[in-house]
Design a protein around this ligand. Structure first.
Ligand code: FMN
Length: 328
């Protein structure tokens, strides 16, 4: 499919999720089937301006993962320009600007979701990105700051700006993640008013959610975040359902969990090859990645409560491996 000027194998995108959609995670999800585009989570422009070395590990081997998007978050044009200059030597496909993060830290720093109530600043940042980036620029927003009153103004800023596409999470910044607040009608409205392609995002946890989302909103593509935690197959399942109307759900049992975590371990090992430099040991990195994903991969396994408690108590890679060896 075509998303702006990008050619993607399908209309599914893995969301940027800080400390979740890491290099190993993105590679792992792609082992289960096509994913049109994957995303590097937000990099702080202030941090890059001050010391770009702090983000080297986030950009490690991204050239092997194309098509891939890299996201920046910030509120200052100088820091944004400096970050774009720094990123120019990397091979990636889209530069994404974060105008949706609802965290207290982001709002205090007047970046992320805050930009939805400071549209002048948003406009300046978009223009800066478009001026200095050699890659297409996309924007990730929510449907508003705390209501939909400024939707027309927001679309005025976006339409004709030169942005390639926008991703819209169907909640306001103030809604944060509350389940009840997902507003697909607002996304439908944004799509109908938008002159650029729209990617829809929010609470897609299974193929039926995805189909429903597309039918209700008419968006061009879907972005999936939390639905991929412990279910890397979700992209494949959605793709199959949208194309063929069928769903194949693998059984959630210990055997499949072990096969999946072994595959994850191979993704981490591949990623760590060739002197990957991080501020702590490779063993620690591997432990954190495997533990987090093992907890997600075991979440729907029948009778796994004791196992999950044991996993959550581990403090070293050795302890984690011994639990897996025992299960094997
Ligand atoms: C742990 C976590 C970290 C996130 N980090 C980012 C981020 O770095 N940049 C961003 O634009 N959104 C981030 N998000 C928001 C997601 O990209 C996505 O918009 C949101 O989770 C809604 O989609 P979902 O319901 O499919 O998860 C994060 C969400 C979670 C749960």
């Amino acid at each position: 499919m075509k998303l702006g000027t990008l050619f993607l194998t399908n209309n599914l995108i893995l969301a940027p999720m800080l400390q979740v959609t890491t290099g190993p995670f993105r590679r792992f999800c792609r082992k289960f089937g096509d994913i049109g585009l994957v995303s590097v989570p937000m990099l702080y422009t202030k941090r890059i301006e001050k010391n770009p070395n702090t983000v080297l590990s986030d950009l490690h081997k991204i050239e092997d993962e194309r098509p891939i998007s890299v996201q920046l978050i910030g509120s200052e044009t100088n820091a944004l320009k400096c970050s774009i200059d720094f990123l120019e030597s990397y091979k990636f496909d889209v530069l994404d600007l974060n105008a949706g993060c609802p965290s207290k830290r982001a709002i205090k720093a007047q970046e992320g979701g805050y930009l939805l109530k400071d549209l002048d600043r948003l406009k300046i940042l978009i223009n800066t990105a478009l001026k200095y980036s050699s890659r297409p620029v996309s924007l990730k927003i929510r449907i508003g700051y705390n209501n939909l009153n400024d939707l027309d103004k927001l679309l005025n800023v976006i339409n004709n700006s030169g942005i390639e596409f926008m991703t819209v999470h169907g909640r306001t910044v103030k809604d944060r993640y509350s389940d009840a607040t997902l507003n697909l009608n607002a996304i439908k409205k944004i799509k109908s008013l938008s002159k650029i392609p729209v990617v829809g995002n929010g609470s897609i946890f299974n193929p039926q959610n995805a189909k429903n989302f597309l039918e209700l909103t008419n968006v061009d593509a879907l972005m999936i975040g939390r639905g991929s935690l412990g279910n890397p197959n979700i992209f494949n399942q959605i793709d199959q359902y949208l194309k063929e109307g069928t769903i194949t759900i693998p059984e959630n049992n210990i055997n499949n969990m072990i096969i999946n975590i072994q595959l994850y371990e191979r993704c981490v090992n591949e990623y760590l090859e060739n002197n990957f430099e991080i501020p702590y040991s490779h063993e620690k990195y591997k432990f954190v990645e495997l533990k987090r994903n093992l907890i997600w991969l075991s979440k729907n396994v029948h009778d796994s409560t004791d196992l999950r408690i044991k996993i959550s108590k581990t403090k070293t890679l050795e302890e984690l491996v011994s639990i897996l060896d025992y299960l094997n």
